[in-house]
Design a binder for this molecule. Structure first.
Ligand code: F6P
Length: 362
């Protein structure tokens, strides 16, 4: 039996750059306070099996600050799936919550740090309501959690998408082509908006601003007239076509949201048909989720991890750490989940983009 108070940590949902940096920060700052950290493997599923853990030592954290993925593994399916669709949260069966609590007790944990997006934090909240002392850390490349200006992983995904635009820029110019870059983000257009602005996109299509092809093509032809024979279009995977439909790859999986994807090809096909311009599509996909975190995310992850340990020691459970610039802060998990943080169509960044002549196809 350990002499030190113990906390558990798990990473849930889709992975993103910075998960290992958060784990490192939690382990190191917990150790400095005389706490032992147990890493639970496989996301929340690991709570169903008391063999699925390892003690994480301060000295083993070397190299984690910059390493992509998560050493604990993650999961966005299984018996804990709480996210069933846009804004819908499924109830986890009592029997599963009981089993999780029993593992927690058998491992002699005093707290559980749950690192995740809105689905995982919805699970964390249900564990909390079931009597488990839980603290949340907001993660997702989509940046769609309420009450925090940024989730970690977002900046790294935007950086990846921006670099892709930089590359597409040169090849588009060489061939006088239109390039459509499809980026992730689920029902929020944050990645498309930020990468579009940072990467010099000419058209940005996001779920929050309905577009029509006439306006998208008018922008391309206007550029052509002004001597710019290539155009970059950034489209969020969740952008709705002019009939208001999202393009999905699969549907109907039990307890899982539809996988978004394919709008880029639809938009590219329509542009080529309507303008006669040679148009290509590039789907960035999981490249946005892989690899190490940017400098910004490394700092944010480090701050989030240390602040989460503070919450554990203060026994402030049911809270999530958050970033409200310039400081980190804490909010109730319930304030972050339930309703996605989407791009306000008249927000500052959209206005900046419009001021520069970027079209949203509206
Ligand atoms: O929520 C993060 C995210 O990468 C979304 O942007 C994307 O729609 C989804 O996860 C992809 O999930 P999966 O890894 O299951 O394909």
């Amino acid at each position: 039996m350990s002499l030190f108070p113990r906390l558990g940590i798990l990473t849930g949902g889709g992975d993103c750059p910075g998960l290992n940096a958060v784990i490192r920060s939690v382990v190191k700052s917990a150790a400095k306070q005389g706490w032992e950290t147990l890493g639970i493997y496989g996301g929340f599923e690991g709570l169903l099996n008391k063999e699925e853990y390892d003690i994480l030592n301060y000295k083993d954290m070397g190299g984690l600050l910059t390493m992509g993925g998560t050493i604990l593994g993650s999961n966005n399916k299984g018996q804990f799936t709480a996210k069933t669709g846009l804004g819908e949260t499924g109830k986890i069966p009592k029997e599963i919550l009981d089993r999780a609590k029993s593992t927690f007790q058998q491992l002699n944990l005093k707290a559980l740090v749950c690192v995740g997006g809105d689905g995982s934090l919805s699970i964390a909240q249900q564990l909390f309501e079931h009597g488990m002392p839980v603290v949340g850390i907001p993660k997702t490349i989509d940046n769609d959690l309420q009450s925090t200006a940024y989730t970690f992983g977002f900046d790294s995904a935007v950086t990846c998408a921006t670099e892709a635009l930089d590359r597409l820029h040169t090849t588009a110019q060489s061939h006088n082509r239109v390039f459509v870059l499809e980026v992730m983000g689920r029902h929020a257009g944050w990645i498309a908006l930020h990468a579009g602005v940072a990467g010099g996109g000419d058209v940005i299509l996001i779920p929050e601003i309905p577009f029509v092809y006439e306006k998208v093509c008018a922008k391309i032809l206007e550029r052509e007239k002004a001597g710019n024979r290539s155009t970059l279009v950034v489209v969020a995977e969740g952008a709705k076509d002019p009939t208001g439909t999202q393009v999905t790859l699969t549907s109907g999986e039990v307890n899982r949201e539809d996988r978004l994807g394919g709008i880029g090809a639809v938009v590219a096909g329509e542009i080529q048909k309507r303008t006669g311009k040679e148009t290509r599509v590039c789907v960035l996909g999981h490249l946005q989720r892989g690899g190490g975190p940017t400098t910004f995310d490394r700092v944010l992850c480090t701050q989030f991890g240390a602040r989460a340990v503070q919450l554990v020691i203060q026994e402030k459970f049911g809270y999530m750490v958050a970033f409200q610039p310039p400081n980190t802060t804490i909010v109730k998990i319930t304030e972050a989940i339930g309703q996605l943080k989407t791009v306000p169509p008249d927000c500052d960044m959209v206005q900046t983009a419009r001021a520069l002549g970027i079209s949203f196809g509206d």
